[in-house]
Design a protein around this ligand. Structure first.
Ligand code: GLN
Length: 531
């Protein structure tokens, strides 16, 4: 039995699976349950198991899969881990994300090195045991551990994960496991009704795998009548209050309140043996601020290569939205296509954000945005590539007319941004960038240090290129100074404009550490500067 080290009480496990189709908000449901349990005072951890054959999410296309999230210890993961961190205000780790590819890799490496001592290596028990081991590892030190299984129950690749979570209850006791199945109830426009048949089939599939869910969450486009939930409950063989309906709502941060309104709290109380009402005061405050129409509206231009899809830069947009709520302003995000951006686009907004990115496409538009911000004293927040492009912009202003980044194949001899030592030749390989937490020392008295309220900071990273410090005189001439470096001074981590209202750019990704209830200071101050 897995025990929490401190309390010596067994850890409890909540498994969240999906039926009918994927992408209906399993991750948000899992994170919302986590937020409620955290509100009840528990130490909660959360993990995603994805049946994809990829080893990690680093090489996945961000347009198809959304943003690649990076954990503090440098794992490139699915964007759901970002939701988990935002809802639970805790740091996920490399153990929080499990992809089939990595598990196969581990098993095959063990087999190749003779670790199986001549045994036949099989999906059951070897793969399923490894899944369980990963779940146990990720739950270390927690009182409640939530596991979301990616995809849909019945998917070919996911079968062994479902078997693993079924077997897990044998290890820790069924009373220490809660199975939550999230199904979708489609709305049929022709007959103007919600249909439960796909959900019934999904529940039948689940039963076929030997799991009777304790809770069924019905996601739907519009609210489902109570009788519909009762019908599903009968079908699933569970009490009516164990079936809840979560219709689409405007903000994901209101999902915990919808979950609380249902009978699920009772079930969570019984599962944990603790009736204490969850403390959701700060969430309520955040919800109140978000829901208000303020007198002031700020417009932020997000200059990016992939426009219009919130998921691609979700940590950035979530950080901006939360910063706007706490700053008591309405926020309008204007997507500015970096490939076609002109001064006219920049003139329409109050401030510019250039987020992270890879490749030459759209780079000139990002450089133009930084130039515009420098010249017109428009607030600018540069994140990773956004800092590199700001340095190129400043160097060009500082008379290095051909300044560019080595990443884009420029051969001008003025590569203000060049590849880091040890990164050559690794450009299209997975897990090889400078990833995860790295410390930086900020210049005393700099605006950046004032914003952080400290001269020692730690931020998450994901990059291969860095500022070539030979070009610092040109960058300074162009209006930017270095306000933070790695502790050994080798890498430029922050730049700022001493003259501008707000112009801060960083080689890191502060958006990964911004939480709705604890907004990152760079985002708070950036939005404040737009007021
Ligand atoms: N492409 C740049 C690099 O690898 C920036 C990366 C990023 O923005 N995450 O250094």
């Amino acid at each position: 039995m897995f025990r929490n080290k401190k309390s010596r009480k067994p850890c409890k496990y909540i498994f969240v699976t999906g039926g009918v189709l994927s992408g209906v908000g399993k991750g948000i449901t899992a994170a919302s349950i986590g937020a409620i349990l955290k509100g009840k005072g528990y130490k909660v951890s959360i993990q995603k198991c994805d049946p994809y054959l990829n080893v990690d999410a680093g090489l996945l296309n961000p347009v198809e899969h959304g943003e690649c999230f990076v954990t503090h210890d440098g794992k490139e993961t699915d964007l759901d881990l970002g939701h988990y961190e935002r809802f639970l205000d805790f740091e996920t780790s490399k153990y929080s994300s499990v992809l089939s590819g990595a598990l196969y890799q581990e098993l095959i490496e063990k087999e190749r090195s003779g670790g199986f001592h001549g045994k036949t290596v099989q999906m059951i028990p070897h793969f399923t045991d490894l899944v369980q081991e990963k779940i146990a590892m990720a739950s270390e030190g927690s009182q409640i551990h939530i596991v979301e299984i990616g995809g849909t129950v019945g998917d070919y690749e996911g079968l062994s994960f479902i078997e693993a979570i079924r077997l897990f209850s044998n290890r820790v006791g069924r009373e220490n496991c809660l199975y939550v199945h999230v199904v979708y109830i489609p709305w049929l426009n022709t007959s103007k009704e919600l249909k439960t048949k796909p959900a019934q089939n999904a529940l039948k599939d689940m039963q076929g795998f030997g799991i009777i869910p304790d809770v069924v969450v019905c996601r739907s486009e519009r609210p489902a009548p109570r009788e519909m939930c009762e019908k599903i409950a009968k079908f699933a063989g569970i009490p009516g209050e164990a079936v809840l309906n979560l219709p689409d709502i405007e903000s994901v941060y209101d999902v915990p309140f919808n979950v609380l309104k249902s009978g699920v709290l009772e079930i969570l109380n019984r599962f944990t043996g603790n009736k204490k009402a969850p403390d959701m005061k700060r969430w309520q405050e955040f919800s109140r601020l978000r829901g208000k129409k303020w007198a002031k509206t700020v417009r932020v231009g997000l200059v990016a290569k992939y426009v219009g899809n919130d998921d691609t830069y979700i940590c950035v947009t979530e950080a901006l939205k939360a910063a706007a709520a706490w700053n008591k302003v309405n926020l309008e995000i204007e997507w500015i296509n970096a490939e076609t951006a002109t001064k006219r686009d920049f003139a329409k907004v109050d401030g510019l954000v250039v987020p992270g990115g890879f490749g030459a496409r759209g780079a000139e538009g990002k450089i133009k945005a930084a130039t515009y911000a420098l010249e017109k004293n428009v607030p600018y927040l540069g994140l990773c590539l956004g800092m590199q492009m700001a340095c190129v912009a400043a160097a060009r202003k500082g008379k290095k007319k051909n300044a560019n980044s080595e990443e884009f194949g420029a051969k001008s001899g003025e590569n203000v941004i060049y590849i880091m030592d040890g990164q050559q030749g690794k450009e299209s390989t997975g897990g090889t960038m400078r990833l995860g937490d790295y410390p930086a020392v900020l210049k005393k008295g700099s605006k950046t240090a004032k914003i952080y309220g400290s001269t020692e900071v730690v931020e998450r990273h994901r990059h291969r290129y860095e500022v070539n410090q030979e070009f610092l005189p040109a960058i300074e001439k162009g209006g930017l100074v270095v306000s933070g470096t790695s502790p050994d001074g080798e890498l430029v981590e922050f730049v700022e404009s001493p003259k501008n209202r707000f112009f801060v750019a960083t080689q890191a990704h502060p958006e990964f550490r911004s939480r709705p209830l604890n907004v990152h200071p760079l985002f708070m101050e950036f939005v404040k500067s737009l007021k």
